[in-house]
Design a protein around this ligand. Structure first.
Ligand code: ADP
Length: 430
């Protein structure tokens, strides 16, 4: 496995960081200790010189020098005096030959005479200190390793455990278990990830449900006309002399139904994958709608349907005529299929300030408020039981929705159960 588990990575990083800190500490405390100490002593001598210079004529000079010796271990003696210096205070420097940093400085007194003083800053040998520090460092290292392990465990519990949890659920989801729920806890990002995955799981389950329904519906929709066509063709084959125009018509109707189903499915898939591009141009919308209404009127007349088209004046729009006609055709077909006893369908063209609204009105069964939000979804059918001849693909309104959306238009429905529905769409006037 080339990827380490998160908790081991965290542990590694923390360990590395602690090691770096310890190394820096070690370098400063042992290797540079002596040099740094000397630097500090030099700086202290400079300060002492300034102090002495200030008090060179003052009666307080003695106190100042005494203070320097006691607190700073800086001994000041006239130059040319004997060396090494011997402190007035009985201390450790008396017992051995002390090391010191020296600095000479000439001072001019008030009476004009000059005096040269030497400053000795005593240097304490650091070896003992270094070995103490080294011992401490060993102990600190031990503590750091323990702490690192502890912190890594705590962090991994807070970070990697929730991720592992989400990962486990995601694997479950990948297996097709769409009921999987994600409970991301611990920190914001994992919570958001969980929410996103929950939403994705919900969408997937919806798609899966729709897919199952489609398979059931489509297989039913395909099988029924196919078996009808087959049995009538068989009959015509076996008894060629008894072929009636009705039998031929059934075959033709069923073929038409199959064609429209296949076409709808192809349309929706090309609209959804974005393959379809709009072929926009200016065209006479009123005339185009009118001819569609007339065409359907001719076909539906024999079943007693009556379609009428109401409009103020003719109007041109900049749109894809084929697509708009297709959407309009789907609305008309629905109005006929789900229409009322009066078998009347009204189409209205209403010109607004910046748009044109097309309404398709029927007085049929209407749609219950529970179903209203879903009718635009793919394969959604209010009536799950098929009752011929009302048989759709469940794709008609989805095609309408896609086409109008592609035109940046608006669409909607107002419906009341038992009274009928008004399906409408609006196109912007450019
Ligand atoms: P279908 O091919 O089933 O008609 P649609 O997408 O065109 O599919 O419509 C989806 C559902 O909306 C239909 O199954 C139907 O129940 C409902 N519906 C559509 N138009 C009307 C209407 N004019 N009156 C009542 N219900 C309608």
């Amino acid at each position: 496995m080339d990827k380490l588990k998160l908790k081991w990575k965290i542990f590694g990083f923390l360990l590395g960081f602690s090691a770096l800190l310890l190394i820096i500490l070690w370098i400063f405390q042992t290797v540079f200790l002596s040099d740094m100490y000397k630097l500090i002593r030099k700086a202290e001598i400079k300060k002492a010189i300034v102090l002495v210079e200030k008090n060179i004529d003052s009666p307080k000079l003695k106190d100042v020098l005494y203070e320097l010796e006691v607190s700073k271990e800086i001994i000041v003696r006239p130059t040319m005096d004997f060396s090494p210096p011997i402190s007035n205070i009985p201390n450790k420097f008396d017992r051995r030959r002390p090391e010191s940093i020296t600095k000479e400085k000439k001072f001019v007194l008030k009476n004009g005479s000059e005096i040269s003083l030497t400053f000795y800053a005593m240097i304490t040998p650091v070896e003992a200190t270094v070995s103490t520090l080294r011992m401490q460092l060993f102990i600190i290292t031990g503590i750091m390793i323990l702490l690192t392990t502890l912190i890594a465990m705590i962090i991994s519990k807070h970070i990697s455990n929730p991720i592992e949890q989400v990962n486990k659920s995601a694997k479950n989801l990948a297996k097709g278990n769409y009921e999987t729920e994600f409970h991301g806890r611990g920190f914001l990002e994992i919570k958001e990830l969980s929410d996103t995955l929950n939403a994705a799981a919900k969408e997937l389950s919806k798609v899966e449900r729709l897919r199952r329904e489609l398979l059931a519906n489509v297989s039913h929709d395909l099988r029924t006309p196919l078996s009808l066509i087959y049995s009538y063709a068989e009959m015509m084959h076996d008894f060629p002399k008894e072929v009636t125009p009705e039998q031929c018509e059934i075959i033709m109707n069923e073929t038409k139904r199959l064609t429209s189903l296949v076409n709808d499915m192809l349309d929706i898939s090309s609209l959804e994958t974005g393959i379809t591009k709009l072929n926009k141009r200016y065209y006479n919308l009123t005339e185009s709608l009118n001819s569609t209404v007339k065409r359907i009127n001719e076909l539906a007349k024999k079943d007693g349907y009556q379609l009428c088209f109401e409009y103020d004046r003719e109007l041109s729009v900049y749109a894809d005529e084929v697509k708009i006609t297709q959407a309009f055709y789907n609305l008309l077909l629905n109005a006929i299929n789900y229409g009322g006893e009066d078998k009347k369908v009204i189409v209205r063209q209403i010109i607004k300030e910046n748009s044109v609204r097309i309404e398709v009105i029927d007085h049929g069964e209407g749609i219950s408020p529970n179903d209203l939000p879903f009718i635009w979804e793919r394969y959604y059918k209010v009536d799950k039981k098929h009752k011929r001849p009302v048989m759709g693909t469940g794709l008609g309104l989805t095609i309408v929705k896609k086409v109008i959306e592609m035109h940046n238009g608006e669409y909607g429905v107002e419906s009341e159960v038992g009274k009928g529905s008004i399906f409408w769409f609006e196109l912007k006037l450019e």
